[in-house]
Design a protein around this ligand. Structure first.
Ligand code: SF4
Ligand code: SF4
Length: 473
């Protein structure tokens, strides 16, 4: 179809939100879903999709589009979905997103597209994410998920890292006719999508299907290759016209309290990778069954740790977070899913030290209650908590998972990657077009911004691809 043609849904009756109630995406019961790692949400049926999509009032200046980091053409595909024209809706959806079946599974919609929807001032917002997922799953099931690829233009581009930023950049450039090779240090491509995000949010087959679509359009994946160790930057720049670095931010922020070295105190990301990776990673085994688990932190990784521990047989899972629910960075949707599955949350609670037994194993977390300082906010704009004197208490624990976030891994000092400029916390410095200080080297995603959303990495990858194309044309 011509993506610029006047959509017929513009003539549709609007304001169905007055007659049609918001529907929740079908979700498995908590008792059932904690027995496996399969996704907890399923697709709406077609009648519900059409009804739900018809709730959109087709705003002339759609706030949802502004709220989506990819500026997805949301009202257009909602209008088409309301008419049952799912393949056309998906085609429009693919025009602005490289993984339109993945982003709706992992985006915190309440802070992005749906959180911006004008309807929510009167009613529940349009369920944009569920509809985006449906139309794209429908298209893929009908063999329509592929994109047109330009004839080869004779230029080669390397992508380092196969997480969402790398895959998006590879996809864009391959569509433009570039020969793209993706280098991945793990033995399977997918990066954070495969090793970091639990399958109950994003099943591994969904990521593999996306990687296979890229393979089909000519993208080559070289796995088990660590750039900076097996291959230098200069070697890549000799063979390729440009390189995009999408290597993520995988250096965990440490827990800096006495007892952090006790056995049974481990970082959340290796725990998630070990329990969720589709292949053996050679990480030390972590026994969870029958244990009391305390997770420290309040982001999405903390929710993932709690829910993974529950599925691995923990008897009690508690999240200790120093602010309150309103100031917690994790998605509210994931918070509700975690509580439904049995996780407990202790807000305004901070660890002072970890206690151990005679075998050097952690046995508890010595905590203090927190309160907010009046009128004070920190650099992130969130309210600043301070300890309440005399409020210390002990929280029993057999396993403590640290989920305080991540910084970019420093480039090895003896590697030529260390010529790339980084800021004082190790993030790669780029200009507005994702260019680093080294000509031909671009970067995006978590290595630039620190831990962030999948959809932000996709946006960076697209932006870098556009700059690479401009610079090489
Ligand atoms: Fe919403 Fe994320 Fe989809 Fe954008 S990519 S429309 S923010 S679910
Ligand atoms: Fe539709 Fe809400 Fe977007 Fe308006 S803001 S176009 S009602 S989804």
């Amino acid at each position: 179809m011509d993506l610029d043609e006047e959509p017929t849904h513009a003539k549709m009756a609007k304001f169905a939100w007055r007659e049609v109630d918001h529907a929740e995406q079908p979700k498995r019961e908590a008792d059932e879903r904690i027995t496996d790692f399969h996704e907890i949400y399923s697709l709406f049926d077609e009648a519900t999709i059409r009804e739900q999509a018809s709730r959109c009032v087709q705003c002339a200046e759609p706030a949802c589009v502004e709220g989506c980091p990819l500026h997805n053409r949301i009202p257009e595909w909602l209008g088409l979905a309301a008419e049952g024209r799912y393949l056309e809706a998906a085609e429009i959806s693919r025009s602005t997103s490289n993984m339109p079946e993945i982003c709706p599974r992992v985006c915190p919609q309440e802070r992005l597209c749906e959180g911006s929807c004008v309807i929510q001032s009167r009613e529940e917002p349009i369920c944009i994410g569920a509809i985006e997922k449906f139309i794209n799953e429908y298209a893929l099931a009908h063999g329509e998920g592929r994109v047109d690829v330009a004839p080869p233009n004779g230029k080669r581009v390397a992508v380092v890292g196969s997480g969402p930023g790398g895959l998006a950049c590879a996809d864009e450039l391959s569509q433009l006719g570039y020969s793209v090779t993706v280098f991945e240090s793990q033995m399977l491509p997918g990066g954070l999508l495969l090793f970091g995000i639990p399958a109950f949010k994003l099943e591994k087959e969904i990521v593999e299907r996306r990687v296979n679509l890229l393979r089909h359009q000519g993208v080559v994946f070289e796995t088990g290759v660590t750039v900076g160790v097996d291959l230098t930057l200069d070697q890549i720049l000799k063979d390729f016209s440009a390189v995009f670095l999408g290597i993520g931010a995988l250096k965990p922020k440490p827990l800096e309290v006495p007892g952090a070295e006790l056995k049974g105190v481990i970082q959340g990301l290796p725990f998630l990778a070990q329990k969720n990776a589709p292949i053996a990673l050679g990480l030390p085994p972590v026994e969870v069954k029958g244990k009391r688990v305390v997770v420290l932190g309040g982001g999405d990784s903390a929710m993932d740790c709690l829910r993974t521990a529950i599925r691995c047989g923990a008897t009690d899972t508690v999240c200790a977070y120093r602010r309150d629910l309103a100031n917690m960075p994790g998605s509210k949707k994931e918070y509700h899913n975690a509580t439904e599955e049995g996780a407990r949350f202790m807000f305004l609670t901070n660890p002072l030290s970890l206690e151990g037994n005679e075998r050097g194993e952690v046995s508890g977390v010595h905590c203090v209650r927190m309160e907010f300082e009046l009128g004070e906010s920190d650099a992130s704009g969130r309210r600043k908590p301070r300890p309440v004197p005399g409020s210390e208490f002990a929280l029993p624990a057999d396993l403590v998972l640290i989920a305080y976030g991540f910084d970019p891994v420093p480039f090895p000092v003896d590697s030529d990657l260390s010529r790339i400029e980084v800021n004082d916390w190790g993030a790669t410095q780029v200009d507005a077009d994702q260019r680093t200080n080294i000509p031909g080297v671009y970067a995006g995603g978590d290595v630039v911004r620190g831990p962030s959303l999948v959809v932000h990495a996709v946006r960076d990858g697209r932006r870098a691809a556009a700059s690479i194309h401009r610079d090489l044309s």
